[in-house]
Design a protein around this ligand. Structure first.
Ligand code: SF4
Ligand code: SF4
Length: 417
C-alpha cells in the first residue's frame, strides 16, 4: 500500500516508519476474519484493515478525527491479525505509531488524560498498588458489586525455604503480578527447586515498562527498561542461566526492547545481548528434564493462551506441549485464538467490549468441562477471575498444587520458608 506523506510529516521518523510498514499490506482483508473487535462490532473500521486505512489517511492528510481515534483505541493490540496476515504486516508496531501520531494531532480529552496518568502512576509500582489493594480489601463490604469483583483474592502462598543450587536463574517479579498474585512467583520457586534450580530475586528491579509503553509514554518505558537492563546484564554475564518471566506480556515487552531503543545504539546493543537470556516459563521448562515434576494422576485443564503468548511470542505450543508432558489432560477452548479482553489496560479503558470478550472466553473455557481453568499472564487471570467464582490460576500454580508431596532438597537449605 503506497502512502504519500503529508508535508506535515516530512521530517517525522515515526511517520516514515509507518509509511514503510504500510507498504507490505496488500489489502486482502484475511486479517479481518480473526479480529475480535470486528467480530463483536461488525464494522470494517473496527478491524485491522479498516484501522490501517485510517492510519494511512492520517499520514496523507496530516489530521485525524475523534471518530478515527475511537476506532484505533478500540484495538486490543492482541496481534491475532499478525498471526493471520499472509504478507507479514507488522500491524502492532503500525498501530502503536498511529496512536502516538493521533495523540499529537488531536490531544485526548482531559478525563482520558487523567485516567491514563492515574494508571501510569499506580500499576507499575507494586508498593502503591499494594497500598491501594489494602484499602480496597478494607472497603470491600461497602463497595458496589461491580468494583468488588475487580478486587483480586489475595493468595500469597507459602514461600519456599531458600535452597541453594548450582543452577541459578533470575526470576522477574513483575509489578501488578507481585502485588496482586504473589503466589505465582512463589509457586515457580517451589517447582524449580524440585528440579535443582535456584531462583534469584534481583534487588531494585522495576516494572518492565509495558504499562507506560502501551499508554503512549515511551520515554518513561525506556527509563524503566534501561534501569532493569543495567541490573540484569551483569548478573547474567556472571553466570545466571537466564532471565525467567512468568507473565507472557512482560516477556513480550522485554523482547521488544531492541525496538524501543531503535534510536539509542548503546541500549539497543545491550537489549540485543539480553534477548537470548529472556525466557517465558513454559518455553524454559519445556526444554528441561521434567522427570522430577510429574503429576501423580492426570488433571483436566482448560488453558487460555494469552495473546501475548500465542500471537506475540508465538510460543503457545511450548506451554501446551509442556502441560501434556507434565500429565495434564489439556483441553483447548473453542475460538482459542480470540482475546479475553484483558489486553493490558484495555479492560479499564474499554470496559464494555472487554466485559463481553471476558464473558465469551469464560463460557468457552467452561464448555470444555475441565476440572481447572488456567492461563499464563496476570492480566488475563485477573480479568477472567473477576467474572467467575471458579478459581482461575496460572498453570504453574496448579502444577505446584497438584504435585505429590516432596521432602525437598534438605541438604541445600539455608533458611526457613
Ligand atoms: S491480512 Fe495483512 S495484507 Fe491483508 S489486509 Fe490484513 S494486514 Fe493487510
Ligand atoms: S490487534 Fe487484535 S483487535 Fe487489533 S486489529 Fe488486530 S486482531 Fe483486531
Amino acid at each position: 500500500m503506497d502512502t504519500r506523506l503529508s508535508p506535515r510529516f516530512d521530517k517525522d521518523s515515526d511517520a516514515r516508519e509507518a509509511q514503510e510498514l504500510l507498504r507490505s499490506c496488500v489489502h486482502c482483508g484475511f486479517c479481518t476474519a480473526t479480529c475480535p473487535t470486528y467480530q463483536l462490532l461488525g464494522d470494517e473500521l473496527d478491524g485491522p484493515r479498516g484501522r490501517i486505512y485510517l492510519i494511512r489517511q492520517m499520514l496523507e492528510n496530516g489530521k485525524t478525527s475523534d471518530s478515527s481515534r475511537e476506532h484505533l483505541d478500540r484495538c486490543l493490540l492482541c496481534r491475532a491479525c499478525e498471526t493471520t496476515c499472509p504478507s507479514g504486516v507488522e500491524y502492532s508496531r503500525l498501530l502503536h505509531i498511529g496512536r502516538g501520531l493521533s495523540a499529537r494531532l488531536l490531544p485526548l480529552p482531559p478525563g482520558q488524560r487523567i485516567l491514563r496518568a492515574g494508571l501510569r502512576s499506580v500499576l507499575p509500582y507494586p508498593k502503591r498498588l499494594r497500598a491501594l489493594l489494602g484499602l480496597a480489601y478494607l472497603l470491600r463490604p461497602v463497595l458496589p458489586g461491580r468494583l468488588r469483583r475487580k478486587i483480586p483474592g489475595h493468595r500469597a502462598g507459602k514461600e519456599p525455604a531458600r535452597a541453594s543450587h548450582p543452577r541459578k536463574v533470575l526470576l522477574f517479579q513483575g509489578c501488578v503480578q507481585s502485588a496482586a498474585s504473589p503466589n505465582i512467583n512463589a509457586a515457580t520457586r517451589r517447582v524449580l527447586d524440585r528440579l535443582g534450580i535456584e531462583c534469584l530475586k534481583v534487588a531494585g528491579e522495576r516494572c518492565c515498562g509495558a504499562v507506560h509503553h502501551h499508554l503512549d509514554a515511551d520515554e518513561k518505558a525506556r527509563r524503566l527498561a534501561r534501569h532493569n537492563i543495567d541490573l540484569w546484564l551483569p548478573l547474567l554475564r556472571e553466570g545466571a542461566e537466564t532471565l525467567l518471566l512468568t507473565a507472557s506480556a512482560c516477556v513480550l515487552e522485554v523482547r521488544d526492547y531492541p525496538l524501543l531503543f531503535a534510536d539509542d545504539p548503546v541500549y539497543r546493543r545491550k537489549a540485543l545481548e539480553l534477548l537470548p537470556y529472556c525466557q517465558e516459563i513454559g518455553t524454559f521448562l519445556n526444554r528441561q528434564d521434567i522427570e522430577g515434576i510429574q503429576l501423580a494422576a492426570p488433571v483436566s485443564m482448560a488453558f487460555h493462551a494469552p495473546c501475548t503468548l500465542q500471537h506475540g511470542l508465538r510460543a503457545e505450543r511450548d506451554t501446551t506441549e509442556l502441560l501434556s508432558r507434565l500429565g495434564f489432560d489439556l483441553r483447548q477452548p473453542a475460538d482459542s485464538h480470540l482475546c479475553c479482553g484483558s489486553a493490558g489496560t484495555y479492560s479499564i479503558l474499554q470496559p464494555t467490549l472487554a466485559d463481553q470478550l471476558g464473558k465469551d472466553k469464560l463460557e468457552k473455557l467452561r464448555d470444555t468441562g475441565a476440572e481447572v481453568i488456567a492461563s499464563a499472564n496476570i492480566g488475563c487471570l485477573l480479568h477472567l477471575q473477576e467474572r467467575t467464582a471458579q478459581p482461575v490460576r496460572h498453570w504453574i500454580e496448579w502444577l505446584d498444587e497438584f504435585l505429590p508431596p516432596w521432602a525437598g532438597s534438605e541438604s541445600n537449605r539455608d533458611g526457613a520458608g
